[in-house]
Ligand binder design. Structure first.
Ligand code: 5MM
Length: 321
C-alpha cells in the first residue's frame, strides 16, 4: 500500500472550500430522479446529464471529487482533470437471512478484480454504502455487526489496492423518530464501525467517513433548527470517530438543498474538532440542476448555473458562511 499517494488523494478531496459530488446513482435510483422531471433513463440521457454536471465551467473551484457509477466511469465523461474520479463499489442491499426486514450491503465477492479494473479506468477512491432504517427494534445489533464487518473488509481491500475508501453508513430519515433516537442509533452504528475498522488494521488516516447528520425522522412533527442539528451531530461524532480520521463528508439524505447547506454551515461554525467537515451530497447538489435541465438541451446553461450556485453555497458553508 502506498500511503503517501493515498494521503495526497485524501488531502485533495477534503481541501478547504471543496467537497464531493455524489453522482453514483444506480439504475433504479437515476430512473426515479429522471422520472421526477419526465425524462427517460436511457444510456444517452444519463451520459448527457452527467456530462452537463462535470463540464460546468469553474466547478472545480468547489468540487474536489465525484463518485461515479460503473457505467459513468466506463463512459469516460469526467474529462475535468482537476476533479478526482471515485467509484461506488457496493452492489446494493440484500435481505439479511434470519432477520426479517433487515438489509445488508453486498459486493465483496470479486471486489479485488473489479478494483483492478477500476484502477485502469482512472478511479482513485471508492465508496461503500450501508443503510439502516429506524423502525421498531431495527436496526438490530447483528445487522449492524455484519454491515460494519463488511465496511471494514471493503476499506482494507480498497487501501491494499491503492484506493482511498469512503465508508457511508446511512441512518435513514424515514420514520417519525425524534432527534435523540437518531443520535442513539447513529452512535451505535459508528461505534461498531470503528471497532471493526480498527480490528482489521485499516489505516484511519487514509479513509473518509460519510455519515448522516443527526436529524429527526421526516414524519416527526418537531423540526430541528441548524444549531441543534450541528450540536447533536458533533456530540455523536466526538463520541465515536477517532481523531486520526482526516475528514467527514456528510450525505444529504433527503434534506432539501437549503437545509443541507444550512446545517453544514452551522457544523463548520461550531467545529472545535480535528476533522474537516465537508460534503458529499447527491440530492442536495443535484435537485436544482435536474429541475432546471428537465432533459432539454436549451436548458443546459441554466442547469449548469444552478449547479455552480449550489456548489458555491456549500463551499461557503465549509467556511461557516
Ligand atoms: C447518489 O446516490 C448514491 C447511490 O445510491 P443508490 O445505490 O441507492 O442508487 C448514494 O449512495 C449517495 O451517494 C448517498 O446516499 C448520498 O446522497 P444524498 O442524496 O443522500 O446526499
Amino acid at each position: 500500500m502506498n500511503n503517501t499517494a493515498l494521503t495526497s488523494i485524501v488531502k485533495a478531496l477534503i481541501a478547504p472550500g471543496k467537497g464531493i459530488l455524489a453522482a453514483d446513482e444506480s439504475f433504479p435510483t437515476i430512473e426515479k430522479r429522471f422520472k421526477s422531471i419526465g425524462v427517460d433513463s436511457t444510456e444517452e440521457n444519463r451520459r448527457t446529464y452527467r456530462e452537463l454536471l462535470f463540464t460546468t465551467p469553474g466547478i472545480e473551484e468547489f468540487i474536489s471529487g465525484v463518485i461515479l457509477f460503473d457505467e459513468t466511469l466506463r463512459q469516460q465523461v469526467l474529462s475535468n482533470k482537476a476533479i478526482i474520479p471515485g467509484i461506488k463499489v457496493d452492489e446494493g442491499m440484500e435481505d439479511f437471512i434470519g432477520y426479517p426486514g433487515e438489509k445488508i450491503t453486498r459486493g465483496l465477492d470479486g471486489l479485488v478484480e473489479r478494483l483492478q479494473n477500476y484502477k485502469s479506468l482512472g478511479a482513485k477512491f471508492t465508496k461503500w454504502r450501508a443503510v439502516f432504517t429506524i423502525a421498531g427494534s431495527s436496526p438490530g445489533l447483528e445487522c449492524v455487526e455484519e454491515n460494519t464487518n463488511r465496511f471494514a473488509e471493503f476499506a482494507l481491500i480498497s487501501q491494499k489496492e491503492g484506493f482511498v475508501p469512503i465508508v457511508e453508513p446511512e441512518v435513514l430519515m424515514d420514520g417519525d423518530h425524534d432527534i435523540d433516537k437518531c443520535s442513539e442509533i447513529t452512535g451505535m452504528v459508528l461505534k461498531m464501525l470503528f471497532i471493526k475498522i480498527k480490528e482489521k488494521d485499516v489505516d484511519l488516516s487514509c479513509l473518509l467517513l460519510k455519515p448522516n447528520m443527526i436529524l429527526p425522522g421526516k414524519d416527526n412533527l418537531n423540526k430541528a433548527d441548524p444549531a441543534l442539528v450541528a450540536q447533536k451531530t458533533l456530540e455523536v461524532l466526538k463520541d465515536t470517530v477517532p481523531s486520526e480520521v482526516p475528514g467527514i463528508v456528510f450525505l444529504s439524505g433527503g434534506q432539501t438543498p437549503d437545509e443541507a447547506t444550512d446545517n453544514l454551515r452551522e457544523l463548520n461554525k461550531l467545529r472545535s474538532v480535528s476533522w474537516q467537515l465537508s460534503f458529499s451530497f447527491g440530492r442536495a447538489l443535484q435537485e436544482p440542476v435536474l429541475k432546471a435541465w428537465a432533459g432539454k438541451e436549451e436548458n443546459r446553461k441554466m442547469a449548469q448555473d444552478a449547479f455552480f450556485d449550489r456548489a458555491k453555497m456549500n463551499s461557503e458553508a465549509r467556511h461557516g458562511r
